[in-house]
Design a protein around this ligand. Structure first.
Ligand SMILES: Cc1cc2nc3c(=O)[nH]c(=O)nc-3n(C[C@H](O)[C@H](O)[C@H](O)COP(=O)(O)OP(=O)(O)OC[C@H]3O[C@@H](n4cnc5c(N)ncnc54)[C@H](O)[C@@H]3O)c2cc1C
Length: 247
């Protein structure tokens, strides 16, 4: 069989660890024993391809969640959807199982430490995954620049890597967290209620210069549209806003 150029760069990944990192999100750490570690930058994604015994193949895009300087494994954060073909199958895998990946892909949503004095990361649901890669890289680099992570989930149990995130924020006074919960009315004081809107953004970003801050927004189409518009209304510069849509 002749391989096309796009097919030629699939590499085998072996699962080193697989566990739920929130109520619905599966954290998969993959290693690459026979292939070079796929170098990437925070914000980039990979295609994951599954092949069944009868040759049927399915592939989907998944963002890197680990820091790019962490090259012992590559971590993904996969929301397991009801009836989701690929996410549902990934949820049945175990350590030492294999799948293929191709990438990294995408150069429009990259953030690296030192890129900006002030960075604002905003994500909803699985849209937080590439932002975790940025936060982990930021923490590993120990830069002094300000970074705030505004995130939104249906319930508190949907927040992935929650303990790690809170530890990182405690260690670094320049890292601020602002979490809103949309489908639970009584949440602890650590969290806010409701969807991310102009009022919430105004409050969360009062210490930031919206005209110059670098902004990264990731989530569903409607989430990205609504948050971008609210930020523009508040004075953010269009050319400083980068978005990634999960369709
Ligand atoms: C650049 C990029 C990066 C991404 N990164 C991530 C990431 O880091 N983490 C992550 O979790 N996701 C990510 N996604 C989304 C991911 O690629 C998949 O779309 C997602 O995992 C769903 O795939 P699936 O095969 O599980 O579900 P699918 O089988 O594709 O189904 C998707 C949804 O549609 C519903 N559905 C399917 N068939 C039907 C039907 N016939 N009628 C009605 N409803 C139906 C399913 O119930 C499910 O809820 C990313 C997407 C993009 C574009």
């Amino acid at each position: 069989m002749t391989q096309t150029k796009a097919e030629s760069n699939w590499i085998n990944a072996t699962i080193k660890e697989i566990r739920y990192v929130s109520q619905t999100m599966l954290g998969i750490k993959a290693v690459f024993e026979e292939s070079p570690f796929p170098a990437f930058e925070p914000g980039q994604h990979f295609d994951i391809r599954l092949t069944s015994e009868n040759g049927y193949q399915a592939q989907r895009s998944y963002s890197a969640a680990s820091a790019s300087s962490q090259n012992e494994y590559l971590e993904f954060g996969i929301d397991v959807l009801p009836d989701g073909e690929v996410s549902g199958y990934l949820a049945t895998l175990k350590p030492d199982d294999k799948f293929e990946i191709r990438g990294p892909i995408g150069r429009h949503f990259i953030w690296n430490p030192g890129n900006a004095k002030e960075t604002i990361l905003i994500g909803g649901g699985s849209g937080v995954v590439p932002l975790f890669s940025m936060i982990r890289e930021y923490s590993a680099a120990r830069v002094q620049d300000k970074l705030t992570f505004i995130n939104s989930f249906r319930t508190v149990r949907d927040i992935p890597w929650q303990d790690e995130l809170e530890n990182l924020a405690q260690e670094n006074q320049n890292l601020d967290l602002y979490t809103t919960i949309t489908r639970e009315s009584r949440v602890s004081e650590r969290y806010h209620s409701g969807r991310i809107n102009r009022e919430i953004l105004n409050k969360a970003l009062e210490k930031y210069n919206l005209e110059t801050a670098a902004v990264y927004i990731c989530g569903s189409n409607s989430f990205v549209e609504a948050v971008s518009q609210s930020l523009l209304d508040l004075g953010a510069a269009f050319h400083n806003i980068k978005t990634e849509r999960y369709g």
